[in-house]
Write a protein of this length. Structure first.
Length: 317
């Protein structure tokens, strides 16, 4: 029964939401779980350069795994699919072009595209494609899945109100005070079943000025590239609405530690790769040496120039 009166809750936002035509689910890994169940996927070919949460999820659902290498342009190194096997393609830092992805779809057909780091890229028609919200916006969960596959079952609705404390705390205080809660939220999804996106997360996504976010991230990426391209070992294309600026330098680990002293915190993405690959492999070097510099909507050009100057100063020293 609907309640009337009482105190006012969070406002309902009504701005247009990106990916409104996709299936709205509770997290990115459950987009893959949805596809595994709906498409009855038994075999999956994954990149070595990948978060181990994806490996764990596949094993949870009994999917047989093989792995392939990528090159310095982040493209798959000519993998060969077995019968009934699916190719999982990660669009690292949004560096794969639409032509790259269309070519892979045409060559392999059974392709899943992961746009977790490319939220503003359009999906390719008739191609299973997933997006993760919390890598780009201040939400605790949420993901979108484009697919014509259907589970033909009613999914439960997720709830997010009990996961919001680290986001609200980070807004008014420092990140370090709430980092443990942030980390716990990330680990929680390992045991979450497939659910529909929560009302709270969907509402927050309707309150975002996506064009502003896209323009700010695009400009920040360009500023980094203008200032750091001479020391970057990667040949990058400029990305609209970039996830981060991937700076690859030979002393990446030392540079990351030095930046912490200036309160510039750069994560090591997918440290599991350091355990699972040889130290002379490209994937190992990418994890150790790539610094994903923040270029999100919280920062303006002065912030980016400050970070880039700090990087240059430490690098030269």
């Amino acid at each position: 029964m609907k309640e009337y009166g009482g105190y006012i809750e969070l406002d309902t936002y009504r701005l247009p939401m990106l990916h409104n035509q996709a299936k709205a689910l509770n997290c990115g890994r459950n987009c893959l779980a949805y596809l595994i169940k709906a498409r009855n996927i038994k075999k999956l070919l994954l990149p070595f350069f990948m978060c181990d949460s994806v490996f764990d999820l596949c094993r949870k659902y009994g999917v047989a795994l093989r792995f392939y290498h990528i090159n310095e342009a982040f493209l798959p190194e000519s993998p060969e699919l077995e019968d009934d096997e699916w190719l999982y393609v990660m669009n690292y830092y949004g560096q794969l072009t639409m032509d790259d992805l269309r070519g892979l779809k045409k060559e392999y057909d059974q392709v899943i595209i992961d746009h977790a780091q490319a939220y503003f890229e359009e999906p390719i028609a008739h191609t299973d494609t997933l997006y993760t919200c919390r890598k780009f916006f201040g939400v605790a969960d949420g993901a979108f899945l484009y697919t014509d596959a259907d589970l033909h079952t009613e999914l439960p609705l997720d709830e997010s109100f009990d996961r919001m404390r680290f986001l609200l705390g980070r807004y008014e205080r420092t990140a370090s005070e709430f980092y443990s809660e942030y980390a716990m939220n990330n680990h929680m999804f390992a045991d979450e079943p497939i659910k529909r996106m929560s009302k709270l997360t969907e509402n927050l996504l309707h309150g975002i000025d996506y064009e502003y976010v896209k323009q700010r991230r695009t400009q920040n990426f360009k500023t980094y590239h203008e200032m750091l391209r001479r020391i970057n070992q990667l040949e990058l294309r400029e990305v609209e609405g970039a996830f981060a600026y991937p700076l690859m330098v030979s002393n990446g680990s030392a540079l990351r530690k030095a930046l912490q002293q200036k309160k510039i915190y750069i994560p090591t993405l997918w440290p599991n790769v350091l355990r699972e690959t040889e130290s002379d492999s490209l994937e190992y070097r990418m994890v150790a040496q790539i610094l994903p510099l923040p270029c999100d909507q919280r920062y303006d050009i002065h912030d980016i120039e400050y970070i880039a100057d700090a990087v240059s100063e430490i690098y030269k020293g």
